[in-house]
Ligand binder design. Structure first.
Ligand code: FAD
Ligand code: TPP
Ligand code: MG
Length: 590
């Protein structure tokens, strides 16, 4: 029996008797949730029935994977917890890819699934799956709730777990009878005990001083700027460290934006498709200061040959990351911002000119290899698109990318000066991520310009979410980098499988017509000359707009470290015969 009427939640107090379904929404409201992404079904229907009574905007997705990626994109753009909702069975399993995507990148997210009634649990009831079992390895934690009185404590614990320490996704599976039955709702009483960091998460003075000694005496130090900088809100502290000690900074893919791209100390992205001079600097360094990054294999190449002469200081919140991929000489386990606040007073300023000059000299011709500077030969290169999009949007857009070559070109040519402006699946590399993640980002930041950049392959994995954009009337701009291939796989086939382009050429629908079928206008762009006008048309259109960029089909992402090679063993863009060098600069690019 419900005690609340439509949209009347103000009178809820700690002795109100509510249905479990109402408790669910009331708890979410109490946690500050105003937007959720979901898809209904039988086992979650009591919750949907109660939704109209609460001040929560529900975005109806077209596939539950979309709900998870939207919640993820919402979290990455805002720093808040994203919420996704699905029914039992197939609804819940459709979330799994999105949950794993969030897990690998430590994104705070709460997924709520309906479950069959507690009395039939374990009987292979209609649409029953053991979703807590299935998601155990890809969640930070999960709950199965069978009683209405347990809903508020589980949801509140889920929010605390998702946001504390190393962030991540949490799933709460709630049986249908728990949603239907009633209990006293007491938001305050459901509060979890204060988060207790692991005892290891206090930095010992000894290790702080050891780190300070290494930094003071290093001749060739490099800061490795990772995703943890944004999660710890430590951009300012990292910048102080870099500027005061004149230490160059390389960033990971997920660290892009954590340290301004235009800052003179920023070298650019490291790793498999990073800049050669960044990787060379790391290989020659005598000290690496890892700030909230986890030495992913895309970043280190072969561990045995990684930065052989460097001592490593690893500042990291999760003790499990210490010595996992790379041995740390000094481990500072804790929140990055707090650790740096303790470390900075121990560090006087330092002159880094010799090392900075050496790195600048090492750039050589690599710095002008940019294909963004290709003369207009009538061909359109993906790098043109990224570079011009960056220029036209003044680097201020939130960009959600998919996975593949276009993702790497975006990382190389869209220069991120601001945190939380790049939303991309790094760890799992989930194709189909961009469109729903971009939708989530737009819902989180309605006043920001949002661009979805997807490949022709990945876009088709979640293209059904165009309907969500139409229904929700969201102003999201979409750029499809259409190369007619599963490009990143084709590139690997070109380099390592003797150009056997098995199953990578891709026939796609006419994306402009596809958008049109959803009431979304669009344009095809074939030349760089048409690029700017098309982008401006998209930007000035009040609603969503799709641009289908028909780019050079067999271009590859350079440089590239082949999997398993050392960081300095990069494959470089091939030289071109005299007179055909496409690396010439156009005056307007300078
Ligand atoms: C096709 C493809 C190509 C790729 N190529 C590259 C490449 O060339 N270069 C590259 O860099 N990446 C590349 N990646 C991405 C790569 O796989 C990893 O996702 C990325 O390197 C991880 O970056 P990270 O370690 O900064 O972030 P995360 O994986 O998110 O790790 C962040 C770390 O910071 C810690 N942390 C979190 N919060 C805090 C806090 N408050 N205080 C302290 N520590 C904290 C976490 O525990 C974690 O260990 C590629 C991905 C794809 C799909
Ligand atoms: C769900 C999923 N399936 C397969 C892959 C493997 N994969 C990585 S990149 C890629 C090709 C992507 O093609 P497209 O979306 O056209 O982007 P492009 O590389 O051409 O820019 C594939 C198949 C993946 N990352 N994710
Ligand atoms: Mg493609």
């Amino acid at each position: 029996m419900s005690n609340i009427e439509k949209n009347e939640t103000a009178h809820l107090n700690n002795t109100t008797r509510l249905t479990g379904a109402e408790i669910l929404w009331a708890t979410l409201v109490g946690e500050g949730v105003h937007e959720v992404f979901g898809y209904p079904g039988g086992a979650i229907l009591p919750a949907y029935d109660a939704l109209r009574k609460f001040p929560i905007r529900h975005t109806l997705v077209r596939h539950e994977q979309g709900a998870a990626h939207m919640a993820d994109g919402y979290a990455r753009a805002s720093g808040k917890v994203g919420v996704a909702i699905a029914t039992s069975g197939p609804g819940a399993t459709n979330l799994v890819t999105g949950i794993a995507t969030a897990m690998l990148d430590s994104i705070p997210m709460v997924c709520i699934t309906g479950q069959v009634s507690s009395k039939v649990l374990g009987s292979d009831a209609f649409q029953e799956v053991d979703i807590t079992g299935i998601t155990m390895p890809v969640t930070k934690h999960n709950f199965l709730v069978t009683r209405p009185e347990d809903i508020a404590p589980a949801i509140r614990a889920a929010f605390q777990i998702a946001q504390s320490g190393r962030r991540g996704p949490v799933l709460v599976d709630i049986t249908k009878d728990a949603q239907q039955n009633s209990a006293i709702f007491d938001f305050e009483a459901a509060k979890p005990k204060p988060y207790q960091p692991h005892p290891m998460l206090t930095v010992a003075d000894k290790s702080l001083h050891a780190a300070a000694d290494l930094i003071r005496t290093a001749k060739r130090p490099v800061i490795l700027a990772g995703h943890g900088i944004m999660q710890s809100n430590a951009g300012e502290q990292v910048r102080t460290l870099a500027e005061r000690m004149q230490i160059p900074v390389g960033t990971t893919l997920l660290g892009l934006g954590s340290f301004p791209a235009s800052h003179p100390l920023n070298l650019g992205m490291m790793g498999m498709h990073g800049e050669s001079w960044v990787n060379d600097a790391i290989q020659q360094a005598d000290l690496l200061i890892a700030c909230g990054m986890r030495f992913d294999d895309r970043v280190i190449g072969t561990p045995a040959t990684y930065a052989p002469n460097a001592k490593k200081i690893h500042i990291e919140i999760d003790p499990a990351e210490i010595n996992k991929n790379i041995k740390a000489d000094v481990a500072l386990v804790g929140d990055l911002r707090q650790v740096l606040e303790q470390l900075l007073p121990l560090l006087p300023s330092r002159d880094g000119a010799a090392w900075l000059n050496a790195i600048a000299a090492s750039k050589g011709t690599a710095a002008v290899r940019d294909i963004k500077n290709l003369p207009d030969s009538g061909h359109l290169y993906a790098a043109h698109v990224m570079h011009d999009l960056w220029r036209i949007t003044e680097g201020r857009a939130i960009v959600a990318t998919d996975v593949g070559q276009h993702q790497m070109w975006e990382a190389q040519y869209y220069r991120h000066d601001y945190p939380r402006t790049l939303i991309t699946s790094g760890g799992l590399g989930t194709m189909g991520f961009a469109l729903p993640a971009g939708i989530g980002a737009k819902v989180a930041c309605p006043d920001r310009e949002v661009w979805v950049i997807a490949g022709d392959g990945g876009f088709q994995m979640t293209a059904s979410e165009l309907s969500t954009i139409a229904q929700e009337k969201l102003n999201v701009n979409i750029a499809i980098i259409n190369n007619g291939y599963l490009g990143m796989v084709r590139q690997w086939q070109e380099f390592f499988y003797e150009k056997n382009y098995e199953s990578t050429p891709l026939v796609s629908p006419d994306f402009v017509k596809l958008a049109d079928a959803h009431g979304i206008p669009g344009l095809a762009v074939r030349t760089r000359a048409d690029l700017e006008a098309a982008v401006q048309t998209a930007r000035s259109h009040p609603g969503a707009f799709l641009l289908n960029f028909l780019v050079e089909q067999e271009d590859s992402v350079y440089p590239m470290i082949p999997a398993g090679a050392a960081l300095h063993e990069m494959i470089r863009r091939p030289d071109y015969p005299a007179g055909h060098n496409p690396l010439l600069e156009r005056p307007e690019d300078k």
